[in-house]
Unconditional design. Structure first.
Lengths: 408, 427
């Protein structure tokens, strides 16, 4: 019996403008609305709308077909504002009752690593948003970019979640297979679902790679690989970015035909079925998973180096989170929102220098010419935030003084 | 395979990147089994110190492989000359010759001041001299560098029946910020049109050739420059700057092409944000006075240091002292000096209108006219150590990947391709 669990991540950041030193103190428009809308509309047309339509057809056609989504809060916000019909199409999917929604941080942030307080607030914000828009309350958690370790699993368990997602990295699993449910070490309720990165990446990254020996990948061939798991695994977790369909893999690669045929090919085998993450979490845990170092689903390193690997990234994050108390105490809602939008992990991803010389993956929808440019825009914005906070504080003092004068 | 190369004098007595480029290419070719006869313009006149700096050289001490033969042509031509700068040189040399040769200079019937009275007659004289010089040479292909050698290249092509490859390091449009001298433009055009193949030092240059001369793109190959990998200047010797302030450096000929005025305007704005900085200008050129005047007008002349022309070793020291090298060129066909900066571990801010920006990733890049963005980048780079260190280390690693073999091999490929298809002119 193989239970196939498909989860799609859907997220778009608020990309920053090329905010320069002359903007500091003069301009509080940090984000490039025009570019963000442009990108959102483009991806909606290429990916969200056609893939949603296809999934709706498949969910209606195959009673046993199920999927899960995780939406970032900033993505949903942008849909509400600029692409309401895409939001409606996601709602129709959820209304089939065969689509589970997961919890994450509202701002698709790295907050867990810097401030538990901020992390918790963003998780709550996200839950509220999901309830407000879709009328459901998630019980399975996925952290930004599948960032995971023992402490985080414990923390998330204490928030009441039944399961958490993680990367099925070789160095964690060792000889073990990702195709079972595990228990995070030190936890007794929550379970961990490990991504089968080989099969997931066959679709997400290799699908159109003509040099790959699996090419061309058909639904039938892929179903065959799933069937092979029978006897040495209970579930297979296929986790990927939703933009795989139509955006990372263009329409002419045949990705939609592949997805369209996948449910029936998988269901041809009588022992296979689809399950949502919460159902997978009901399977028995077969072993403990012990993750000290922080794990993620990014790059070959599967660690934090994509966001925190160099000094610019570390400094930018430190500067940002140092402002937390002042920002929150200011009570200035717009400033708080600006500060939070800056927490989105993509901003730090753009500063990554790791593969820059090879012009690699990090280029994708990166609004900057270089990691250095993105750092410069980011610190300029931080400097403006600091100025705003200073001004607010000064004004407060003036008010206090005036009040004091009146009392006297 | 034997190449007849019409090139330019080797450093350290150079007034730009062309000498270095010729030397490096010749070295790369000879390392890869190509014989080169190098025809080098050389002023064998009087050894006056002042001149030696700018023009002539004695005692070539560059080590080359056995396959390189050097033939000197007596001329006072140097790369990047304009009609005016030629006249200045001509006059100076004439004066010196007059002094040195004899008091009865004017009466001496044996003395002949051979150099042409203007740039074009000197190019013509050079062409004749080269033709004479290579008459007995044997070679398979001719390779000529920049417009002054094109005529000679074409003449030899005709006489010898061998194919001509011309190498374009900058177009007349680059050198004059789109105000070409008509006669130079014509010579350049004739070279580009009549050569069997063209090598451009960047896509930037290639595009300029396409745009201004309408040459078909298949006739042009792009070969980006390299730099000697073993010649890492950045030993740990620190050259201590005499200034407390951080140093932002401009280096190059101070001509309209190099964008010195944008440098001054950016400096003025940088000082609004970051007062503790000195702007060091290395080089000379016809816009130097204008640069000084403008800095004075802005009231920031005390923030500037003008070093004049520096020799190679001094340039490397200057780079080591500098915190940032800025290359705001309006039009920079390649920009080898940016790689020299990186070899000295000096991070660079370079114009997007440059060839080098096509090949270096770890650099800050700006449009030359975008003074605010230039300011933004200079200030942030001065202010943020984490940015500075990342850029410095990554670009130093990156420049190590450049070498001389790769461009030489690409040129060799071009020769082979041409020789395979070349049938000579159908008469």
């Amino acid at each position: 019996m193989v239970k196939v669990c498909m989860y799609f991540q859907v997220h778009q950041p608020y990309r920053m403008r090329k905010y320069n030193i002359f903007d500091v103190g003069n301009n509080q428009n940090y984000f490039d609305e025009k570019k963000n809308v442009e990108i959102l509309k483009k991806i909606s047309k290429k990916c969200y709308l056609p893939t949603n339509a296809l999934l709706l057809k498949l969910l209606n056609k195959h009673e046993k077909f199920k999927v899960a989504f995780s939406f970032s809060g900033v993505f949903l916000e942008q849909l509400e504002q600029y692409e309401p019909k895409v939001l409606e199409s996601f709602m129709s999917l959820v209304n089939t009752g065969k689509v589970e929604l997961l919890s994450e941080t509202y701002y698709h942030s790295l907050a867990y690593l810097y401030s538990k307080r901020e992390f918790k607030e963003q998780v709550d914000m996200h839950r509220n948003k999901i309830r407000e828009l879709f009328g459901v309350s998630p019980t399975v958690f996925r952290n930004t970019e599948l960032i995971y370790n023992n402490d985080m699993a414990k923390y998330v368990e204490n928030l009441g979640y039944k399961a958490i997602l993680s990367e099925g990295a070789d160095h964690i699993l060792g000889w073990r297979s990702p195709n079972f449910v595990y228990r995070p070490i030190g936890c007794n309720k929550i379970k961990v679902l490990m991504k089968n990165y080989r099969l997931s990446d066959d679709i997400a990254f290799r699908f159109s790679d003509r040099k790959w020996k699996g090419w061309p990948l058909t639904a039938e061939k892929f179903a065959g690989w799933i069937n092979n798991i029978n006897g040495n695994g209970e579930c297979v977790n296929l986790f990927m970015d939703y933009e795989t369909f139509g955006e990372h893999q263009w329409k002419d690669t045949g990705i939609f035909e592949f997805l369209g045929r996948l449910p029936e090919e998988i269901l041809k085998h009588p022992d296979n079925e689809f399950m949502m993450p919460l159902e997978i979490a009901k399977l028995n845990a077969r072993d403990m998973i012990d993750v000290h170092e922080v794990l993620s689903w990014a790059d070959i390193e599967r660690d934090l180096s994509a966001w925190m690997g160099n000094r610019m990234q570390q400094s930018a994050l430190k500067r940002l989170y140092e402002l937390e108390n002042d920002v929150k105490e200011s009570g200035d809602l717009r400033l708080i929102e600006n500060w939070r939008r800056l927490q989105t992990s993509d901003h730090f991803y753009y500063m990554c220098t790791k593969w820059f010389a090879d012009g690699d993956v990090h280029k994708y929808f990166n609004p900057y010419d270089s990691p250095y440019d993105s750092f410069i825009a980011f610190v300029n914005i931080i400097n403006d935030l600091v100025l705003r906070l200073k001004k607010l504080k000064e004004n407060k003092w003036i008010k206090v003084k005036q009040r004091g004068a009146k009392v006297a | 395979m034997k190449v007849l190369m019409l090139g330019w004098e080797f450093p350290p007595y150079k007034s730009g990147g062309l000498g270095t480029a010729c030397k490096d290419l010749t070295k790369g070719l000879s390392n890869n089994g190509v014989d080169v006869t190098f025809v080098m313009p050389h002023h064998s006149g009087v050894d006056d110190r002042e001149f030696v700096r700018v023009i002539g050289t004695k005692g070539m001490k560059i080590k080359m492989g056995k396959q390189v033969g050097i033939k000197k042509v007596n001329t006072i031509l140097t790369p990047y000359m304009t009609s005016k700068s030629y006249k200045d040189s001509h006059k100076k040399i004439y004066e010196i010759d007059k002094k040195e040769v004899s008091v009865e200079f004017d009466k001496n019937p044996n003395y002949d001041f051979i150099y042409g009275k203007d740039l074009f007659s000197e190019v013509h004289r050079y062409t004749k001299a080269v033709e004479e010089l290579v008459r007995s040479e044997e070679f398979d292909i001719i390779h000529a560098h920049d417009w002054m050698t094109y005529k000679a290249g074409l003449v030899i092509r005709k006489v010898s029946g061998k194919p001509l490859v011309i190498h374009i390091h900058s177009t007349e449009y680059d050198r004059t910020a789109d105000h070409p001298n008509q006669r130079i433009e014509e010579i350049e055009r004739s070279g580009l049109e009549n050569a069997d193949h063209i090598i451009a030092n960047s896509n930037f240059t290639k595009n300029n050739v396409l745009r201004h001369y309408g040459i078909s793109p298949e006739k042009i190959s792009v070969v980006h420059w390299g730099i000697e990998p073993e010649k890492s200047y950045c030993d740990d010797v620190k050259f201590k700057s005499p200034f407390e302030e951080k140093i932002v450096m401009f280096l190059g000929r101070i001509t309209i092409q190099k964008g010195p005025d944008y440098f001054v305007e950016a400096a003025n704005k940088v000082l609004l944000f970051y007062p503790k900085v000195k702007f060091v200008v290395v080089g000379t050129g016809d816009m130097m006075q204008r640069m000084i005047d403008r800095a004075d007008e802005l009231g920031i002349l005390d923030k500037f240091v003008f070093t004049g022309f520096l020799k190679e070793e001094a340039v490397n020291k200057a780079f080591k002292m500098a915190d940032i090298y800025v290359m705001p060129s309006v039009s920079e066909p390649f920009g080898l000096v940016a790689l020299e900066a990186l070899k000295n571990k000096t991070p660079i801010i370079i114009s997007k209108q440059s060839g080098v920006s096509e090949v270096v990733k770890h650099a800050l890049k700006v449009d030359f006219w975008d003074i605010n963005e230039m300011t933004n980048k200079i200030v942030n780079l001065l202010e943020h150590k984490e940015l500075y260190q990342e850029l410095q280390e990554n670009s130093y690693e990156e420049v190590k990947k450049f070498n001389l073999d790769e461009p030489a091999m690409k040129c060799k490929d071009v020769y082979e391709k041409i020789l395979k298809t070349y049938k000579g002119d159908i008469k």
